[in-house]
Design a protein around this ligand. Sequence first.
Ligand SMILES: Cc1ncc(COP(=O)(O)O)c(C=O)c1O
Length: 368
Amino acid sequence: MTSEGIEKLIRPGLANFVGYAASKSPETLVGKVEVPIEEIIKLDANENPYGCSPRVNAALATYPDLNIYPDSGQTELRELLQEYTGVSSEHIVAGAGSDQLIDLILRLFIEPGDEVINCVPTFAMFRFFMGLHPGILVEVPRDDNFAVRVNAVKAAITKKTKIILLATPNNPTGTIIPRREILEILDTGLPVVVDEAYYEFYGETVAPLVGQYENLIVLRTFSKWAGLAGLRIGYGMFPPKIADFLLRIKEPYGVNVAALVAVRESLKDRDYLMEKVKVIIAERERLFEELKKLKWLKPFPSQANFIFCSVLNGKASELQQKLQKKGVLVRYFDQPLLQNSLRISVGKPEHTDTLIRVLRELEGEING
Ligand SMILES: Cc1ncc(COP(=O)(O)O)c(C=O)c1O
């Protein structure tokens, strides 16, 4: 069979699947940036600039049982997460990043023709996974300040609606959905997924309602606040029957033993990690003020660990390329609902200083 022949056997539904535009790994930029790779400032993936708890590194360095599969039932992990969230373990399932849980939820609920409501612009992985599943993505645009329009969400509901996806704080805009609006959407009775990946930077949650609502799912991650993006560990809180089912359909060993060790140690070092979260929040506010001073950028207030910014003069794509050349990585968007804009993760104070200095240097080139 020729290679063209085998290509024809791919599911037709995937013919136009473009994949996810993931952030760049610094090692792939050798020769493309003017600074040594170690000096690249990575503000493009909402990672934690302070890294993980030192307790995690120490525990992983001496972990003896890498030859043993993890506990498929996640017993210890779910108990640790119960203690952290205050939500009992029967509600909890962990995944290899909360990304994996989004996939599992869609696998559990979505049949051909089912509709999923998505409040755009939002986290691109929602659309990514819907591209792999047989359902239909119904996109409800947010308002000009990127707030969810609850009435529009309700108006989009049909007999085929299976799930409503909400992210708060939202990526890439940093905007939140007020609790009363989440409750209003929950009152539709449809399964509602509330993605709280940035909860620790915001402080408000609907997790305690998981026991009261049969239709509420809350997703969280250790990637952001605990600096464990590279280990892939997230979790969700579900109605117990759904949690049971997810434990059945998930791959048995998807969450690795290093992730379990990392959660155990991170939760012992909560004060240290939350101190860093506080520092990031303070830096977010400083970065916002600094960006505002550049009259050609319009930063939006954020409750997460990044700032979304419209580029008022010049092209965001060009700006992103020029920043990259100088060793500062940020994300750019240029799509119908995210025109000419950047998303900048909050780094350390010295990262903000470099970013602002380079932006000022580029000002003439970009605006001219
Ligand atoms: C809103 C949102 N949900 C989920 C995730 C994925 O997190 P994880 O690393 O746990 O897969 C992200 C990561 O950027 C995010 O922004």
